[in-house]
Design a protein around this ligand. Structure first.
Ligand SMILES: NC(=O)c1ccc[n+]([C@@H]2O[C@H](COP(=O)([O-])OP(=O)(O)OC[C@H]3O[C@@H](n4cnc5c(N)ncnc54)[C@H](O)[C@@H]3O)[C@@H](O)[C@H]2O)c1
Length: 386
């Protein structure tokens, strides 16, 4: 089942690490550490193998992917020996990368994206192409009447207005090209009524939002623990310091606000109340792709006795994110092959701000993911019940 993975933001850190990782796995040069779909509970014959994945993508910058990979090796994100061993494979991926369309109306740009996706699918004889957004985080868009329904949107896109933010224009084009869409970012993507209605009419599945790789991953484990032990969380404050392209983007207050909103949901929805405190994100260029999150939690136990927990997380963001991008591409492709449509709420395990699901507990999300994976297996016991 040769499957296309079209990365929006393909020359960024997460995309480049995903591509280097997949090529290294295919060549047998590394192990699938961090790939959830390689665990027996989630692996299934219904998933395309990593070796079946064919990469392409769009970006607004033209830096060769091999140069981006070398820069990531210099920064200690990927091993330099892998980048050196994959020169030919990276050159082959480079031939599949396209500049983000900039000319004409948004309808013209969407048509160009649709052409790029369709010719990619045909050129490689792919059974399907999963579009994954790993582009820079955008601020929330201003409301527009075109967001309401597909007909209003089609008319508005042909006019002079910038109706959709880039993530949503890619989501629109993905759906029109009958491609499943995954949003690994906190950007708007498919979350507009016009786009979800369009996705329904094209019968494509979609998943999002915002990959859960660090501080929020820990929150989704620790917050249920406080709730289950009936301990009262009084405050939860977090400070995230990061560099790299993502850190530079998040220095912009509007993009920062989108990310902070996405990080806060887990506490309110798991505890049933919002403790004092907030999450802050700061840009420190020297940290590069290595993020430090420091959290301070104060809580009360029996008789109101006050206690505290602190943790410090030092994560390499792209190394944490890349295997999840591969997992999401494989699972979403298999869901599409199985005829699944609409939001894939069972993939909440992977996201900070999951679509259409009430549970933020990682353990509950894991159970749902395992059931989902079993349901995709044509020979599995759950297949008959869907
Ligand atoms: N690394 C993680 O752990 C993690 C976790 C959750 C979410 N994310 C999200 O993943 C995204 C990528 O992160 P990164 O570290 O790779 O960032 P990055 O800055 O290294 O890469 C982003 C890429 O997007 C490109 N881009 C910007 N606008 C574009 C457009 N309109 N069309 C096409 N390409 C465009 C940029 O040129 C750049 O190459 C961010 O939105 C980030 O918030 C990352």
């Amino acid at each position: 089942m040769r499957t296309g993975v079209w990365l929006v933001g393909v020359r960024g850190s997460v995309a480049t690490t995903s591509i280097v990782g997949a090529l290294a796995l295919r060549a047998g040069l590394t192990r699938p550490t961090g790939c959830v779909t390689e665990l027996p509970e989630v692996n299934s014959p219904a998933l395309p193998s990593v070796a079946d994945l064919v990469f392409g993508g769009h970006d607004v910058v033209a830096t060769p992917i091999a140069k981006r990979a070398e820069a990531l090796a210099d920064a200690g994100v990927v091993p330099a020996r892998l980048v050196a061993a994959l020169t030919e494979e990276l050159a082959a991926v480079e031939r599949e990368l396209r500049p983000a369309p900039t000319a004409g109306t948004q309808a013209d740009r969407a048509a160009e994206i649709v052409r790029d996706l369709t010719t990619f699918r045909q050129r490689h004889g792919l059974s399907r192409v999963v579009v994954v957004n790993v582009a820079a985080t955008e601020p929330a868009p201003r409301p527009h009447p075109g967001h309401a329904d597909p007909d209003a949107l089609r008319t508005a896109l042909a006019g002079p207005d910038e109706v959709l933010p880039p993530s949503s224009l890619y989501a629109y084009a993905a759906v029109v090209a009958d491609c499943p869409y995954v949003d690994f970012t906190p950007s708007t993507g498919l979350r507009l009524p016009a786009l979800t209605a369009l996705a329904d009419s094209h019968a494509v599945p979609y998943a999002g939002h915002d990959g859960k790789t660090g501080e929020t991953l820990l929150k989704s484990v620790l917050a249920p623990m406080f709730a289950m032990r009936h301990l009262a969380v009084r405050s939860w404050s977090g400070l995230n310091l990061l560099g790299g392209g993502d850190g530079a983007t998040l220095a912009d207050p509007d993009a920062n606000a989108a990310k902070v909103r996405s990080k806060q949901r887990v506490l309110g929805e798991t505890l049933g109340y919002l403790p004092q405190g907030d999450t802050r994100i700061g840009y420190v260029e020297d940290l590069g792709d290595f993020k430090t999150a420091w959290d301070l939690i104060t809580f009360a136990g029996f008789l109101g006795t006050g206690m505290r927990l602190e943790f410090t997380w030092h994560g390499c963001d792209s190394a944490l994110a890349a295997p999840l991008v591969l997992d999401l591409a494989r699972l979403t492709a298999a869901a599409h092959a199985a005829g699944r449509t609409g939001p894939l709420t069972e993939l909440a395990f992977f996201f900070k701000d999951p679509l259409g699901t009430a549970t933020h507990s990682l353990a509950d999300q894991w159970t749902r993911l395992c059931g989902f994976a079993r349901s995709l297996d044509p020979g599995g016991t759950d297949a008959a019940s869907g």
